[in-house]
Design a protein around this ligand. Structure first.
Ligand code: FE2
Length: 348
């Protein structure tokens, strides 16, 4: 059991992150949380901002009722702000929003409005502060992510293969490309802590092939290392079969079916992790409630496969799997990005 006490060192780690975000004395900062948010992080944000002589204030929104009787995980689209015009106005008037909602406001309708008003949003992932402490933003990662995003924007095709039979082709022309390095240091930016991810939301009809999930890959919706293979066949973005006899395939078929929604059976974002500090194995050390799995989405050299919503292709659903895969080879056109799970020097 990890400590739920406020530790001085964690205040320091929040100060370091907000300093990298260029928060100056006197800056007005909205700390946005839900009634069910991790209170430790809510308090740490306040204490760190006060230490920096900023002017924090709290917006605490009731966690919304379940819209469906299926547990929703890793959607990245909190709906806690829906209909909360007064809260939204306060966020737009702030220098920065520290987003401590459970799912995060990254893909929410309101985020773009807040950014357009000249604020910036840092989603502090729903992790135990020990994880945030280990994975503080590194300015060096900013360049890595920026270069990777540029390369992905220039590419036409991403191809992914693995020794166990993955062979996937993604047309990334006109894809929506994004990346996060762990901080936001200018107005209009949206980021997440921990950072170290690059991802593409392709246009519709861009993804074809086979994904073979293997032991050691991670289904982060379930927060579970796979122990048995699962074979996904993908035709024009659609997952047309989920094969496998083991428990992992059974769980995936069950959760897919629970949505009763064709859109759940499609690919979402595709990309790779670049964070050299993030660890593949660390999920073994935490209880499920202690972490949100961003570390495993970000570890350097993983291919991050996902299913569910892709607004860029006009597909909406709350059903979402984020699955970092080990040992994959990722090519952008003819350039090697990841070779058998190792990020190539040009992309470090
Ligand atoms: Fe995702």
């Amino acid at each position: 059991m990890l400590s739920s006490r406020i530790e001085h060192k964690w205040i320091e780690s929040f100060v370091r992150t907000f300093t990298i975000c260029k928060i100056e004395p006197g800056a007005t900062v909205a700390i946005v949380s839900e009634s069910t948010s991790r209170q430790q992080n809510v308090q740490l944000a306040e204490l760190a901002l006060l230490r920096m002589n900023a002017r924090p204030f709290h917006l605490v929104l009731p966690s919304p009722p379940q819209s469906i009787d299926v547990p929703v995980r890793s959607s990245g689209a909190s709906d806690a702000l829906t209909g909360q015009a007064a809260a939204l106005a306060a966020m737009k008037a702030s220098t920065m929003v520290v987003d401590l909602t459970i799912e995060g406001l990254l893909h929410s309708r309101e985020a773009q409005e807040v950014l357009a008003a000249g604020s910036r949003i840092l989603y502090v992932s729903n992790e135990h502060p020990e994880i945030l402490e280990r994975l503080g933003p590194d300015p060096a990662l900013k360049n890595t992510v920026a270069r990777s995003v540029d390369r992905l924007r220039q590419a036409k095709t991403m191809r992914i293969s693995s020794p166990t039979g993955t062979d996937l082709s993604v047309n990334v022309v006109d894809a929506r490309i994004g990346g996060g390095w762990g901080a936001v240091d200018a107005p209009g930016q949206l980021g997440h802590w921990p950072g170290g991810l690059v991802a593409a939301y392709p246009m519709g009809g861009a993804v074809n092939g086979t994904v073979v999930l293997s032991p050691g890959d991670i289904n982060l919706t379930f927060k579970r290392y796979l122990e048995t293979p699962v074979v996904l066949t993908i035709e024009t973005d659609q997952i047309v079969s989920v094969e496998g006899d083991g428990l992992d395939a059974q769980l995936m078929r069950s959760y897919f079916a629970a949505w009763n929604d064709d859109n759940a059976y499609y690919t979402s974002h595709l990309g790779w992790g670049v964070n050299p500090t993030a660890r593949w194995d660390s999920m073994t050390m935490y209880d499920r409630g202690d972490h949100n799995g961003v570390e495993q989405r970000a570890f350097a050299g993983n291919f991050l496969f996902s299913t569910g919503a892709n607004k860029h292709a006009n597909r909406y659903t709350l059903g979402h799997f984020d699955i970092p895969m080990k040992n994959c080879t990722v090519l952008l056109d003819d350039s090697l990005v990841v070779r058998e799970g190792v990020l190539q020097p040009e992309f470090v």
